[in-house]
Design a protein around this ligand. Structure first.
Ligand code: SF4
Length: 346
C-alpha cells in the first residue's frame, strides 16, 4: 500500500497532508457490522482540504475523516481515490477503510489558526462521514463541536442515519452558524437498493432521518441521487420517490443522474453485466461520450422531477442549502457535548 500517496490538497494551515507509514495501525473487529472490514488508522497532518480549482463542485473546502466507504454503492465515484493508495477500487473500496483518528483535534487546531478565514466546509463530499465506521470511531461529534465552537459554516451530505446520533450537536451549531444538511435518496425501490447500495440504510430509513431532522428544527434537503437509467428512471418510480421525499418533510429535492467516472464505471458495468446483462449495450450507448449521460436525458429527468416537486409542494433548490436556527434562550457551554440522542446502527 502506498501510504506516501495519501495526499490531500494542501490546506492553508498545514505544510503537507502526508501520512507516514509508521502512523498506520491496522485493525479488524469481529462484530457482525464490521466483519470483513479492515480499518487503517492514521494520524493525518492536515484535515481541511482545498477542492482543486477545476472542480465542478460548489464548495472550496472539505473535511473527510475517512477514505473508502462500507456503504458500498456500486456506482460510487470516489472508488478511484482508492487506487492512489494501491488499494482495490472494487471490494477494497468497500472494505479497506482509512480512518483519520485525529480529525477532530486537527480540525479544532486548524480552525483556531490565524490563517483560517472561516470559509464554508463541506463534508460527505468524497466518502460518507456517517458510514458504519463512524459508529465505532465517533469522529463527527468532535468535528461538529469544533465547527460549532468556531461558528464555522458547514454542510453535510450523507446516506447514514447515524447522523441522528448528532442531532443535538447539529442543533447547537445551527444556532451560531449556517448548517446545511442533505440526505441522498435516489429512489425508493427496495429491490434496487439491496443490490446497488448494499451497505446503506434503506431509502425508507434515510427518509425517516429526514423527517426526524426536520421535526427537530434542522432543515434537510434531499439530493435525489443517483437517478439510475433504465432501473430507477421510470415515471412511476420518479413519482413514488418524490412523493416519499415530500412526505418526509424535505425542504428541497435536487435530482442528479448517475455519472460513471473511471474507477466507478468499470465496477458498475461489471455489476450491470451480472445483474442486468440485457442493459449493458444500452448503457454503452448512453455513456458513449464519457462519464455523464447526454444532456437531453439529464434535462428530461430534471424537468420531470421539478414538475413532481411542484405537484407535491417542495421546491427544487440548492443541495445542502445552509440555514441558521434562531438562538435558543438557554446558555450552552462550548465544552458541552450532550452525547447521543438517538443511535441507529447501520
Ligand atoms: S455512501 Fe456515498 S461515499 Fe459511500 S459508497 Fe455510497 S456513494 Fe460512495
Amino acid at each position: 500500500m502506498r501510504w506516501d500517496n495519501l495526499v490531500e490538497n494542501p490546506a492553508p494551515t498545514g505544510n503537507s497532508a502526508l501520512f507516514t507509514a509508521d502512523a498506520v495501525t491496522t485493525r479488524t473487529f469481529d462484530t457482525p457490522e464490521f466483519r470483513g472490514i479492515t480499518f487503517h488508522e492514521v494520524r493525518a497532518r492536515s484535515i481541511v482540504n482545498r477542492v482543486p480549482g477545476a472542480s465542478r463542485m460548489p464548495f472550496e473546502w472539505t473535511v473527510n475523516p475517512y477514505r473508502g466507504c462500507s456503504h458500498a454503492c456500486v456506482y460510487c465515484f470516489a472508488r478511484k481515490t482508492h487506487s492512489y493508495l494501491d488499494l482495490d477500487t472494487g471490494l477494497g473500496f468497500d472494505s479497506q477503510i482509512v480512518v483519520k483518528t485525529n480529525a477532530p483535534e486537527l480540525l479544532r487546531s486548524q480552525l483556531a489558526s490565524g490563517h483560517w478565514h472561516g470559509a464554508h466546509i463541506a463534508m460527505g463530499t468524497n466518502v460518507d462521514c456517517y458510514q458504519r465506521a463512524e459508529g465505532r470511531y465517533r469522529l463527527m461529534p468532535g468535528i461538529i463541536s469544533a465547527l460549532r465552537d468556531h461558528a464555522n459554516p458547514f454542510s453535510i451530505l450523507t446516506k447514514g442515519t447515524l447522523i441522528l446520533r448528532d442531532l443535538e450537536l447539529l442543533r447547537q451549531a445551527a444556532e451560531v452558524t449556517d448548517v446545511g444538511i442533505s440526505v441522498s435518496v435516489g429512489f425508493v425501490d427496495d429491490a434496487l437498493w439491496r443490490t446497488v447500495e448494499p451497505g446503506t440504510p434503506s431509502p425508507g430509513r434515510r427518509l425517516d432521518a429526514v423527517r426526524t431532522l426536520s421535526e427537530n428544527g434542522i432543515d434537510c434537503g434531499v439530493l435525489m441521487a443517483p437517478v439510475i437509467p433504465f432501473l430507477g428512471d421510470h415515471p412511476d418510480q420518479l413519482r413514488a420517490t418524490v412523493r416519499a421525499i415530500a412526505a418526509a418533510g424535505a425542504t428541497s429535492v435536487t435530482p442528479l443522474v448517475l455519472h460513471l467516472r473511471p474507477g466507478a464505471r468499470e465496477w458498475y458495468m461489471q455489476w450491470l453485466g451480472n445483474h442486468h446483462p440485457h442493459l449493458v449495450r444500452r448503457y454503452e450507448r448512453l455513456y458513449a461520450e464519457g462519464a455523464y449521460a447526454p444532456k437531453w436525458y439529464q434535462r428530461r429527468i430534471t424537468r420531470y422531477v421539478h414538475e413532481l416537486a411542484a405537484e407535491f409542494g417542495i421546491g427544487p433548490s440548492h443541495p445542502g442549502a445552509a440555514r441558521r436556527l434562531p438562538a435558543r434562550k438557554e446558555q450552552r457551554s462550548p465544552l458541552d457535548d450532550p452525547g447521543p440522542t438517538q443511535l441507529t446502527l447501520l
